[in-house]
Design a protein around this ligand. Structure first.
Ligand SMILES: C[S@@+](CC[C@H](N)C(=O)[O-])C[C@H]1O[C@@H](n2cnc3c(N)ncnc32)[C@H](O)[C@@H]1O
Length: 399
């Protein structure tokens, strides 16, 4: 056992202390707290510890609302007041950008008005009939009754899922702002699906191992005056409230332009937002259903100037011989691949909007991009409240 003082938080919101000069990460411990901890993992470079007793508590500590706090690894910042979580995320982003020597103006923040019950997607595990999340960094299931980050209808849908009698597998529950629910399940079990068990939950579709077995394999969502079809396996932003602010910010930052590239386009949302100000939008996306959705979404939103391409950005982008004025990049966590980054550096596009859910890969890519582009604006969107994750958008202009 060790008694230590927590010096600061790490990027995952864990307390940092030093034991025999070695950095030690301790979850559910806040700066200025003195805790007695035990070491649960030792490596050459760091330790991981667990609090046994709080000797002094931080004035900033509040009671976490979730019964699974500090176990499931989802809402790791729930022991802080909401505004303190925003401060943490701002400092985290600053720290990561500064480590890569990125030159940027003051960070703007878009807070989440609905900072609980905001998620429109729940990814659940089912083991031996129990439904829940994996415990942090393990494959031990924490059975859950409800998740405080998920829209209430998704918590109701967990009860519907229970009636399907899945023994082992995975389930993804998605909803829209109309409270319609789409359930996708991967399992070797056969399901018991009876609509009298849906209670008051509007289940619009059930997909079993990529085959639709009830209703439809997609949802519609209306955000920012636009309508989107979203297939069960296509990406969509998990927080509709913050997504509408993100789309607004994208729209604001696109001035009248000729050709827009929407790289990593999903169901085409950002291209559609940009299309009104562009002569032509070319979008690239790797998931087939997302590209098919994007074709329908262009029609639904009366955009006739969007040309989606299905494929891997790395191989598709070099084949497109167009000059782009504006480039929208919204990659998965791993950020830009090296080929695409080189092509973007040579593109001479006047403006790039880089939207990212991983500040580390964002900073890595900005380090290269800032040799040709100047960073004009950085906005942090609190898309994932009470978790240590953050969404950001960086506006870059050709030097
Ligand atoms: C963060 S999402 C952004 C989607 C969209 N821009 C939006 O706002 O809804 C990233 C998208 O990139 C797609 N993707 C992942 N790897 C890709 C690749 N190598 N090439 C093209 N698209 C890819 C994913 O399927 C996903 O739709």
């Amino acid at each position: 056992m060790y008694e230590v003082e927590i010096k600061r938080l790490d990027d995952q919101g864990r307390g940092i202390a030093f034991i025999d000069n070695k950095i030690t990460f301790i979850k559910n411990a806040l700066p200025e707290e003195r805790v007695v901890c035990k070491i649960t993992k030792r490596t050459k470079k760091y330790n991981v510890g667990e609090v046994i007793e709080y000797k002094t508590k931080s004035k900033k500590r509040i009671e976490a609302k979730c019964p699974y706090f500090s176990i499931c690894g989802g809402c790791t910042l729930e022991h802080l007041d909401y505004l303190d979580t925003i401060e943490f995320k701002k400092e985290k982003l600053k720290h990561i950008l500064e480590k890569e020597q990125i030159k940027y103006p003051k960070i703007q923040v878009v807070e989440n008005e609905n900072n609980y019950f905001y998620r429109n997607k729940l990814s659940l595990k089912v083991i031996k009939g129990a439904i829940g999340f994996y415990e942090e960094n393990s494959h031990t299931l924490i059975p859950i009754e409800k998740c405080l980050l998920a829209r209430p209808v998704l918590n109701d849908a967990i009860n519907v899922l229970k009636t399907f009698k899945v023994t082992n597998g995975e389930a993804i529950l998605r909803s829209n702002t109309n409270d319609e629910v789409l359930i996708a399940i991967n399992t070797k079990d056969s399901l018991v699906v009876k609509d009298e068990n849906f209670a008051n939950v509007k289940i619009v579709g059930i997909v079993l191992n990529d085959k639709c077995i009830y209703g439809q394999p997609y949802l519609y969502e209306r955000i920012h005056h636009l309508l989107f079809k979203i297939s069960y396996d296509a990406f969509f932003q998990v927080n509709p409230f913050i997504a509408s602010h993100l789309f607004e910010e994208v729209e604001k930052n696109i001035v009248s332009t000729n050709t827009v590239l929407d790289l990593y386009s999903g169901v085409g949302v950002l291209g559609i937002v940009a299309s009104k100000k562009a002569k032509k939008v070319i979008s690239i996306e790797i998931i087939k259903n997302a590209v098919l959705d994007s074709l329908e979404n262009s029609k639904l939103n009366k955009c006739s100037n969007i040309y989606p391409v299905l494929g891997d950005a790395k191989t598709v982008l070099p084949k497109i011989k167009e000059d782009f004025d504006t480039i929208l990049i919204d990659p998965p966590r791993k950020g830009l691949d090296k080929n695409s980054l080189q092509l973007l550096l040579q593109s001479k596009a006047q403006k790039i909007l880089y939207i990212s859910c991983d500040p580390f890969t964002l900073a890595r890519d900005l380090k290269e991009l800032q040799s040709v582009y100047k960073i004009k604006k950085v906005t942090l969107f609190d898309m994932f409240s009470y978790t240590y994750h953050l969404e950001s958008m960086v506006v870059l202009e050709l030097r």
